[in-house]
Design a protein around this ligand. Sequence first.
Ligand code: PLP
Length: 397
Amino acid sequence: MKAVDSRTIIYSDYQATTPLDPLVVEKMNPLWSDSFGNPHSSDHIVGWQAAKVVTAATESIATLIGADPDEVIFTSGATEANNLALLGLARRTIKKRHRILVSAIEHKCILETAQTLEKQMGFTVDMIPVDKQGRIDLGALERLLDETVLVVSAMAVNNEIGTIQDIPKIASLLESHGILFHCDAAQAPSAMDLRDLATHTDLASLSAHKIYGPQGIGALYIRRDIQNQVEPLIYGGNQQEGLRSGTVPVALCAGMGAACDILTSPDITEERMRVAKYRDTFVELLQDSSFPVIVNGPDVENRHPGNTNLQFPNFDAHEILAALQPWLAASTGSACTSGTPQPSHVLNAIGLTKDQSKSSIRFSFGRFTSNDEIEKAALLVHGTLDHLESESYKKSA
Ligand SMILES: Cc1ncc(COP(=O)(O)O)c(C=O)c1O
């Protein structure tokens, strides 16, 4: 395949991964060359300097979610953080707590991990249903709670339909049963203020490449007083309180820290509003066209500002996306599920039929989206629908 400069494409897939912020690159650049130290080398200044960089990054992440720096463990991304949370707790729990609850619209890396615990360790996994907007059915959740539940895992913001969950409310339901709360917050930092996240949760997962930071790094917040209830996935030199052995990647840590600093800056509210406005304009432009376009998922008030998920009745989403290459990048569902023939479990959970799901595309916008791109993107999609319709008319004639 010929390499295409991704800067010339209208990039509308910010929930799959975000471009690196130039400030993040600036922070990381010297660390690839001049400052190459091992942050765990405690006998010399090269190591101390690297450790200082890692400490600063940890502080930035902790500030983003209202945690203390010693409660932040670096991982390779949110997938590993989610695995560490569920597998780690399950492998140290007492027998009585043998149930795990996960929402029906969790990312595959939560669902697969929970299923593995069911198959390999005899846990019972219950799915918490969601309504048409993707919001957790709090009544159903309450009915599932008792002293046999070890942990509830619910994401803060969904990656396909952008639903924002009521995290404080979920937390309040779990308290009286002594149930731990894990929150996959990978998509949340661009969508909402997370200063209270650590107050409401016991564990929370983050990913740098969803927040304009580098790929290959994430973090798991683990409340200090439950850290001894988590068995590591990786054993070795006992770095990071023994919870995740291995040398932490200094440049990536610094990049993640810089990405978090931008998210805690005062400009971020304006950014969220701007992105939401572009998203709304895009949807309006498409809905004004001659083809029916249906929005899947929540109202804009309960939705990631950059997310929309659109159904194009009687069209195949993959055909639309293929015809849009190499001008516009968007996707059907999550990147990790794309390529698998099954329809999205998220769209299924909110009540869409297979056909509705097959004609649905997620568009996600972000920090570097421009008004001009939004207008061009709507024209491109409209032109593509026109083209596909005339092609199918020719075939059937
Ligand atoms: C909600 C959610 N959780 C977890 C992940 C996995 O993140 P990572 O790519 O950092 O492993 C993703 C990525 O798509 C996600 O959207």
